[in-house]
Design a binder for this molecule. Sequence first.
Ligand SMILES: Cc1cc2nc3c(=O)[nH]c(=O)nc-3n(C[C@H](O)[C@H](O)[C@H](O)COP(=O)(O)OP(=O)(O)OC[C@H]3O[C@@H](n4cnc5c(N)ncnc54)[C@H](O)[C@@H]3O)c2cc1C
Length: 413
Amino acid sequence: MAADVGRKYVIIGNGIAGTTCAQTLRKNDPACDIWLITNEPYPLYNRVSLPRFLQGLLPERKVMIRDFAWHEQQRLTLLTETFVTRVDTTERVVYLDKGGPLRYDALLVATGGWANRLQAPGVGGVEHIYNFVTLDDTKEIIARALESKTAVVSGGSFIAYELAEGVNVRGVHVTWLMRGPYWLRGILDEDGGRLVGEIAAKHGVEMVPGETIREVVSSNGAPRRVVGTSGREYEADLIGVGLGLTLNHGFLAETPIARRTGIVANEYLETSVPGVYAAGDVAEFYDAVLGRHNIMGTWDNALAHGRVAATNMAGGREPYVDVPTYTSPLFDVNIAVMGTAEAHNPDLETISRSAPGDKAGTTDYRKFFFKENRVVGAVFIGSPKGRKKMVEVIRSGMVCATPAERDALFDVR
Ligand SMILES: Cc1cc2nc3c(=O)[nH]c(=O)nc-3n(C[C@H](O)[C@H](O)[C@H](O)COP(=O)(O)OP(=O)(O)OC[C@H]3O[C@@H](n4cnc5c(N)ncnc54)[C@H](O)[C@@H]3O)c2cc1C
C-alpha cells in the first residue's frame, strides 16, 4: 500500500521485528523516509544462531543477516550505537543520546528486553559472569570458555540450557543450577523435566534442581567458586546466567503509552497512543488465537509482528493472528513449543505422555494444553514429526472433549 509521499517512520530496535518492519515499509512505499535506531554496533543478526556460534558450529559471518550496504541499498537510515532516551508522543519526537531529535509520523517500538543480571554477594567487580542475549555476549563467552575448565550456568530458561550446552561443547565442565524442580517448569511437567535432565546428563552436564547461586567467590576479579543455596560449592572459571528479560520500555516513562510487563498493543499492534506501534518481544499484544493479551519471546512471532506493524503504520488495518511456535535443538534432540503452553495456568487442562522414540534409546515426550476443550498448545520433545499438523490443529481451534479424541493427538504424525 502506498502511503503519503515523504511520510517519516522511526523504528526503535533493529532486531528481526524492527528490520522486517523497515523492509516492509520500504517495499510498500518507495518514497517514505525510514530511520532505524539501535544501541548495538551491528546490522541485523540472527539471535537464534547464537547458540550454534557459541558451539563453534557457525562462523560469525553466518550469524549476520544484513550488512550496512543492504541498508544503503534499501535507503534505510541505520543509526548504530545510539540509544533512544525519551519519546514525546504529543510532539511526535524521539530523543537520542547522540544526534538531534527525530520527528515521526508513525513510530515502532521493537526494543526487546535487557537480560536480568546475576544479583548475589560477591559479584561486584567480578568479570566472566555472562548473560547470553547479544552477539557481543557470545564473543565474550567464547573467549572465556577457551581458557576455562569449569563453568556454572544458572537458570531454568531456554537461554540457560543453550548456555549450558554451548559451553559444554567447548570442552568446559558445566554444572547447571536451577531454582525449580526441573527445566522449563512453566511448560513441562515432572516427566518431561526428568527427560531433559537425562539428556543433559548423557552429555556430561550435571543438572542441579532446587539450587541457585548464593555467593560468588573470586580472586583477582575472576570467579573461582560458586556457593549454592544448599551450601554445596561448585568450581567455576566462568558463570553464565539465563534469568529472564526485563522488557525494554523504560524510555517511554514520560509518555501516556500503556505498559504492563510489555508495551500494551491491540491486535493491530497499535499502542494506546495513535501512531505508536509495538512489535516483537517487547509487545504485550492482543492475541486473537488466545482471546487475551500475550507476550511472546520467539523469532517467528517478532518477524511476523514486524510485517503486520509495517502494514498498519502505513495506514492498513491488518490484525495479527498466528499460532506461535518455538523450536530448538536440545542437546541432540528437538523441542517444539506450539501455541499456549503454560503449565500453571488454571484455565488450561493438560495431558502428557512419554513413549519410546523411533530411534533406539530415544524417548518422545508430548504434552497438550486445552482451553474449554479446544486444543490451544502442545510441546514435543524428541521427534518433531507432526509439528506442522499440530500447528494447524491449534490454529483451527479443534475441539477434543472426549478422552479418545485427546488420545488421538499423541498419534499426530
Ligand atoms: C541466545 C538466544 C537464542 C534464542 N533461540 C531462539 C530459538 O531457537 N527460537 C526462537 O523462536 N527464538 C529464539 N530466541 C528468541 C528470539 O531471538 C527473539 O524472540 C527475537 O530475536 C526478538 O526480536 P525483537 O526484534 O523483538 O527484539 P531484539 O532482537 O531483542 O532487538 C531489539 C533491539 O533493540 C535494541 N534496543 C533496546 N532498547 C533500545 C534503545 N532505547 N535505543 C536503541 N536501541 C535499543 C536492543 O539492543 C536490540 O538490539 C533466542 C534468543 C536468544 C538470545
